[in-house]
Design a protein around this ligand. Structure first.
Ligand SMILES: Cc1cc2nc3c(=O)[nH]c(=O)nc-3n(C[C@H](O)[C@H](O)[C@H](O)COP(=O)(O)OP(=O)(O)OC[C@H]3O[C@@H](n4cnc5c(N)ncnc54)[C@H](O)[C@@H]3O)c2cc1C
Length: 288
C-alpha cells in the first residue's frame, strides 16, 4: 500500500484548505472503509485529512430546537452511550450499531458510512427516514444538505472538491423510528435489503407524517415518498400497509448477486418495510 501524506488539522478551515489543495486528498473519519480499500488497492489517496482532532467533530450535542448535532467523527458506539439520543432516535442508533463488530463500531462513523456511498450502508436508511441533514463544510463556507442527497452513485457522493461532512443533524423527535436489515448471517455482513421508517401518530392513532427509506435495493439509498404518503391519514390498517409495501416494491431497482435475486430483494423490501412500521408503532405506544 503506498503511503499517503497524513494531516490532522485542528480547524474546519485547515481541513477544507488541505482537501481543496490536493485533488487526491480524502477525508478520514474512522478509516474502517478507507483503510481497507487502500490495502486492497481499490483507492490510493495522495493524502489523508484526519477529521478527528477538529473541535466539535467528536461528540453529540442537543440542539436548542430539541434535535441533535452529531460531529462527523463520532464513533457509532458513542451514539449508543448517549441516553437522550437513544431515547429520541432508537432506529438511527440501532442502525449505526449494526455496523461490523464492537471493534469496528469503536472507529466507524455515520458520516463515513454515508460518504462511502454504499447502497447497503446501514445507518443511511435510518438517517433518511429520520429527515436528517448534513452540515457540509467547503471552500464557500457551510451548507445544509438532506442526507439522501449526499450519495450520488455506488462509491460516489455529490460533495464538491474541498467539501466534507462536518456534522449530521437530527430534527426534534415528534414520533418514533425503526430500522431493520436482512443479512444471510447473524452479524458482520452487509445488508441484502434494509428499511427505515419514521412515523408521527396523533392521539387517535392516525398517522400524520411518515418517511420510509430503503437500502441495498437501488444504486443509492432511497426515500420512498409514495410509501410514506400511503400511511398518512391511515390508522395503519392492512390496506394502508399493503399500499405502503407496494410503493416500496415499485421503487426497488436492485441488482442480483450471490446474496439475493432481484425478486427476493424486491419482495423482502416490502416485508421489511411493514415490519419496521410495526416496530415504530410499538415504540409510539400504538398497537397495529
Ligand atoms: C469488518 C467490517 C464490517 C463492516 N460491517 C458493516 C455493516 O454491517 N454495515 C455497514 O453499513 N458497513 C459496514 N462496514 C463498513 C464501514 O465500517 C462503515 O461504512 C463505516 O460506517 C465507515 O465509517 P468510517 O468513519 O470508518 O469511514 P472512513 O473509512 O473514514 O471513510 C469512508 C469514506 O468516506 C469518506 N469520508 C469519511 N468521513 C467523511 C466526512 N466527514 N466527509 C466526507 N467524506 C468522508 C472517506 O474519504 C472514505 O471515502 C464494515 C467494515 C468492516 C471493516
Amino acid at each position: 500500500m503506498p503511503s499517503p501524506a497524513y494531516h490532522a488539522p485542528d480547524t474546519i478551515e485547515q481541513a477544507v484548505a488541505l482537501l481543496a489543495g490536493d485533488a487526491g486528498a480524502r477525508p478520514l473519519s474512522g478509516g474502517t472503509d478507507l483503510i481497507v480499500q487502500m490495502r486492497s488497492g481499490r483507492t490510493a489517496p495522495s493524502s489523508l485529512v484526519d477529521l478527528k482532532r477538529i473541535a466539535g467533530m467528536k461528540g453529540i450535542r442537543a440542539s436548542p430546537d430539541g434535535g441533535f448535532a452529531i460531529g462527523a467523527a463520532t464513533p457509532c458506539t458513542a451514539l449508543k452511550d448517549d441516553k437522550a439520543l437513544s431515547a429520541a432516535w432508537p432506529g438511527v442508533v440501532e442502525a449505526a450499531n449494526l455496523i461490523g463488530s464492537v471493534q469496528v463500531r469503536n472507529r466507524a462513523t455515520m458520516a463515513g458510512n454515508l460518504c462511502n456511498a454504499s447502497p447497503a450502508a446501514d445507518s443511511v436508511p435510518a438517517l433518511v427516514a429520520a429527515g436528517a441533514t448534513c452540515l457540509v463544510a467547503g471552500p464557500s463556507g457551510t451548507r445544509e444538505v438532506p442526507v439522501e442527497e449526499i450519495p450520488a452513485a455506488p462509491g460516489r457522493t455529490s460533495l464538491q472538491p474541498g467539501e466534507f461532512v462536518a456534522e449530521i443533524r437530527l430534527p426534534a423527535q415528534k414520533g418514533s423510528d425503526a430500522y431493520l436489515r436482512s443479512i444471510p448471517r447473524t452479524e458482520m455482513d452487509i445488508a441484502v435489503v434494509g428499511a427505515g421508517v419514521s412515523l408521527v401518530v396523533d392521539a387517535n392513532g392516525t398517522c400524520t407524517a411518515a418517511r420510509v427509506s430503503i437500502g441495498a435495493v437501488a444504486p443509492t439509498v432511497l426515500l420512498v415518498e409514495d410509501a410514506g404518503a400511503a400511511l398518512v391519514g391511515s390508522k395503519f390498517d392492512d390496506a394502508a400497509l399493503d399500499r405502503m409495501a407496494e410503493a416500496v416494491r415499485a421503487a426497488c431497482k436492485p441488482i442480483a448477486d450471490k446474496r439475493g435475486t432481484v425478486e427476493y430483494r424486491t419482495a423482502m423490501a416490502g416485508v421489511l418495510a411493514k415490519r419496521v412500521v410495526k416496530i415504530a408503532l410499538e415504540r409510539a405506544g400504538v398497537s397495529a
